[in-house]
Write a protein that binds this ligand. Structure first.
Ligand SMILES: C[S@@+](CC[C@H](N)C(=O)[O-])C[C@H]1O[C@@H](n2cnc3c(N)ncnc32)[C@H](O)[C@@H]1O
Length: 241
């Protein structure tokens, strides 16, 4: 049986764990949602809805997206009755979503982009730059190579960075490097990200990076902690035209 704890829950489609805590990037997203937005916000890979529900509580309209319809059903169930009219569920694989140009005030993706290939990340940032109204924001959190289970990959990652590879954190077969007892809760391939890679991809899409930084999330289990740089956060703005 898959283990549950009070900080995070295994996703039902083996795409890592959904957190019950708002991480520093999600907190910034929720703060932005309290800013009397007239357009909806998009929560990409919403998981079990921690950020979606907090954004709803902040008063904004939220489009909760996920690959897994059972995750979306759980969010729908958890949404308070008085907020539910502002919640829209959108099943599908980012970036292949149907969103109107300038139809969003902001987008949030917590622990999702590390499941995408480089080309999908590029396409994702390009689409976000179109979907979000000028002046709107993008809030990203992703896993870095600086996690204990990925320590055997660090030397290879550093070699790739030194060689100038475009996507140094892409691991085709995670089990070749990662021997953590819960590796089966992750997909076969993973894309560990860092500040340089995310900044480049965002800027190439025309986004203005406001903040990019490395940190440790409060809910990270001890067996995953390495050196305080386990997560990367990025906040970017769609420039005014
Ligand atoms: C590790 S969980 C994170 C959930 C939540 N955002 C959080 O921070 O707790 C990743 C979630 O992203 C979803 N996901 C993965 N790839 C996706 C994609 N391309 N489009 C939409 N959702 C995706 C998974 O189904 C899963 O629910």
């Amino acid at each position: 049986m898959r283990k549950e704890n009070r900080h995070r829950v295994p996703t039902r489609n083996r795409m890592g764990w959904a957190s019950r805590h708002l991480n520093p990037v999600s907190e910034e997203f929720v703060r932005f949602c309290g800013d009397r937005l007239t357009l909806p916000v998009l929560d990409i890979g919403a998981g079990l809805g921690t950020a979606t529900l907090a954004a709803l509580a902040a008063g904004v309209r939220v489009i909760a997206n996920d690959l897994d319809p059972t995750h979306l059903a759980a969010i729908d169930w958890a949404a308070p009755e008085h907020d539910r009219h502002r919640l829209k569920l959108l099943e599908g694989a980012f970036p292949r979503l149907d969103i109107a140009e300038h139809g969003l005030a902001a987008a949030h993706a917590s622990s999702v982009l590390h499941f995408l290939k480089g080309k999908q990340i590029e396409e994702g940032f390009r689409k976000l730059a179109r979907w979000i109204v000028p002046g709107g924001r993008i809030f990203i959190q992703a896993a870095t190579p600086h996690q204990q289970p990925f320590a055997p990959f660090l030397e290879e990652y550093q070699r790739r960075v030194a060689a100038g590879q475009k996507w140094p954190g892409w691991i085709i077969k995670l089990s070749e490097y990662c021997h953590h007892r819960q590796v089966g809760q992750m997909p076969r391939s993973i894309h560990l990200l860092d500040e340089a890679v995310l900044t480049r991809a965002a800027e190439e899409a025309g986004l203005a990076v406001e903040r990019v930084w490395l940190y440790r999330r409060d809910d990270l289990p001890k067996s995953i902690q390495l050196d305080g740089r386990e997560a990367v956060g990025l906040i970017a703005r769609v420039p005014l035209m």
